[in-house]
Design a protein around this ligand. Sequence first.
Ligand SMILES: [Zn+2]
Length: 131
Amino acid sequence: MFRSNQIKFAHHALNTIRVFTQSVVDKNRIKDEVEVKGGRIVSIRWNPFARGWFFEKNERHYDVTYTDRSGTMQSTTCKTSLFTGVYWADGPRLEEAPPRIIPPHHCSKCGYAINAEWRACPNCGAATKFA
Ligand SMILES: [Zn+2]
């Protein structure tokens, strides 16, 4: 009886260590996925109560908050498992983010790069069409 409780405790402790170790590995993988796409991690929180946790024991679910390429805060959830990598519930939509850099305009007369708000070319003085 006493012995079996000890074994149970040891098993529980091992499980806890295993889950903790996996969560560190998972968080690094999630961080890499977001950073590869130009985002920055704000927080990654393990969510043990996410749907599916009790049925798919080899998967871990995380609530992920990050800023996308344009600096917009995004929140999503993802799940990871040893063999399948990272799956995002609804994101990250980093690749669909609109480009921040406005394509440069050029003066039609001298070719000088012109800001869209300028009314005249600072190089040759020609009036611009876009302002
Ligand atoms: Zn010009």
